[in-house]
Design a protein around this ligand. Structure first.
Ligand code: ADP
Length: 232
């Protein structure tokens, strides 16, 4: 098992009251699998993903990745974990506007331990022809493909995607989802994707349903659907 989460709890103080956002949550993620976390807005999906990615901390519980509990990491160790193990893809791409497509990827490759060749990654996301373009010169779908290239150039064990198609139209979304499936197959990257779009769950090996900070259902898809056949 790549990730084992046990009794994870996280709350935020609102005024004088503590509001629990993740309630005693347990889940397991298998190596090289595609996982979808489904849930309505406010159910705790981003909080969970951010804790797994080491950008937020739990109040209690354990998050064991590759046999090590990241919850007890120092800040420096957590930074190293984020840098070497985790790639992030966000809804709104977050590319650096004054750097070219290739430069956006190089800045990550330059600080990575075992980066993949930048041109190879750009080729994998079918953006090599745009390597000298600036983000404002390419479409939203193309920017998302570049942001996926930026996330995978460090050859991460884990690719965490927070609503990666949330800002894209249906056809472009399918292209991006297909790319995520290809990344999973080619680099054996374990993917955790959060979405509120139920149709996307058909491409996942495992689906977790989150409501009000609790996993209310989880199941395995014996057969996963190629992204290009997803309909919604
Ligand atoms: P989702 O990703 O499912 O939309 P989130 O994990 O973003 O849910 O948020 C879960 C709940 O936690 C929401 O009610 C949100 O308002 C609350 N929350 C998230 N971050 C903070 C914060 N920094 N301070 C207070 N409340 C927060």
């Amino acid at each position: 098992m790549l990730i084992e989460i046990k009794n994870l709890q996280k709350g935020y103080k609102v005024g004088t009251k503590e509001r629990l956002v993740l309630k005693n949550l347990n889940l397991e993620i298998e190596e090289s699998s595609i996982n979808v976390i489904l849930g309505p807005s406010g159910s705790g999906k981003s909080t969970l993903l951010n804790i797994i990615g080491g950008v937020d901390r739990a109040d209690s519980g354990t998050v064991t990745v590759n046999g090590t509990d990241i919850c007890i990491f120092s800040d420096a160790k957590l930074t190293e974990y984020r840098r070497n193990t985790v790639g992030f893809v966000f809804q709104f791409y977050n590319l650096v506007p004054n750097l070219t497509v290739k430069e956006n990827i190089e800045v990550v490759a330059n600080i990575s331990k075992n980066p993949i060749d930048c041109d190879e990654v750009l080729k994998a996301v079918d953006m090599l022809a745009f390597k000298k373009s600036f983000p404002h010169e390419i479409s939203g779908g193309e920017q998302q493909r570049v942001s996926i290239a930026r996330a995978i150039v460090k050859n991460p064990t884990l690719l965490l995607c927070d609503e990666p198609t949330g800002a894209l139209d249906f056809e472009t979304s399918k292209t991006v989802l297909k790319l995520l499936q290809e990344v999973n197959q080619k680099f054996k990257t374990t993917i955790i994707m959060i979405t509120h779009n139920e149709a996307i769950s058909a491409m996942a090996n495992r689906v977790f349903k989150l409501r009000s900070g609790e996993i209310i259902d989880s199941y395995v898809n014996r057969e996963t659907l190629p992204a290009e056949r997803i309909e919604w």
